[in-house]
Ligand binder design. Structure first.
Ligand SMILES: [Zn+2]
Length: 287
């Protein structure tokens, strides 16, 4: 069983960095499609989400490139198999790459042995198709076993599956440590869809009801402003998550682009990925 290890002093980011914005691109396309009560995939939702692999991921890649931003691409194993050209372009562009389960399974509903099989299967897809040895992991639906399995059965250096902090923290178990870098519900998964009322026949995270790009932009802006103010007196980071199938749509890519343009002039704002932020965190701490 893992436990948290508390640092002896607070983190400090490199000189000149006030608020790192930690970019996560979830490249998952039609994985996690809604299903009907009989278990059949909803064809509308499949088609809607295929936009991610066909168009959305490419457009997000373009926007990041336009701004010279390197983010972390969290990619499902099955998505890599279906759209290998996207992942190859991501790697060539120099972004950090991490595993995002095999087919965006509801990991929290699975027994530990099934979860471990999916972790191993995903890691081998990355090695076989991309020549990439995974160092980071995220499942949107972590189980109580996720962290223990990663510590005991992988050599991953970080996990980004938790929702519980504004800063990374170290957890240890099975004779080693891993850096947890949490994310937040003000990602586009939360903001691109209506999260009140009955947003879809199946789940509020389906593609049935969507919020306007203004709503998404304002959510990001409010999160940024809160964290930027806080970061004047204490360390903070802003995890920002975009999904290929929602944020990759032109209206929302525009909101993402507008957000980047809005925050760029603020002093000490830096866009980064998990590998770099992890290095900053480790370099500024002794445990
Ligand atoms: Zn996801």
């Amino acid at each position: 069983m893992w436990k948290e290890r508390y640092p002896k002093q607070p983190v400090s980011w490199p000189n000149g960095v006030r608020l790192p914005i930690l970019i996560s691109v979830h490249h998952q396309s039609e994985e996690a499609t809604c299903t009907f009560p009989d278990g059949q995939p909803d064809p509308f939702d499949v088609s809607e989400r295929q936009y991610g692999g066909r168009r959305g991921a490419w457009r997000l890649l373009e926007i990041l490139d336009r701004h010279g931003i390197k983010g972390t691409w969290l990619i499902c194993g099955a998505t890599l198999e279906k759209y290998p050209a996207v992942s190859r372009a991501v790697k060539k562009a120099g972004h950090a790459i991490a595993g995002h389960t095999y087919a965006h399974e509801m990991i929290c509903n699975l027994p530990a042995h099934a979860e471990l099989e999916l972790i191993k299967k995903t890691a081998s897809v990355f090695e076989d198709l991309l020549g990439e040895r995974l160092r980071g992991w995220r499942t949107c639906y972590a189980s109580h076993n996720t962290v223990d399995l990663l510590l005991e059965h992988t050599d991953f250096e970080w996990d980004g599956s938790m929702w519980n902090d504004d800063l990374p923290y170290v957890i240890e178990g099975a004779g080693r440590q891993i850096l947890e870098m949490p994310f937040a519900t003000y990602s586009d998964a939360a903001l691109a869809v209506s999260i009140s009322g009955s947003a879809s026949p199946i789940t509020p995270f389906s593609t049935y009801h969507s919020n306007t790009p203004d709503f998404i932009f304002n959510g990001w802006k409010a999160a940024f402003e809160g964290l930027y103010e806080m970061a004047a007196t204490r360390p903070a980071m802003m995890p920002l998550v975009v999904h290929d199938f929602t944020a990759g749509r032109p209206s929302r890519v525009k909101a993402f682009n507008d957000f980047i343009n809005y925050v760029k002039p603020f002093e000490g704002v830096v866009f980064t990925h998990h590998e770099e932020l992890g290095k900053w965190w480790r370099n500024s701490h002794s445990l």
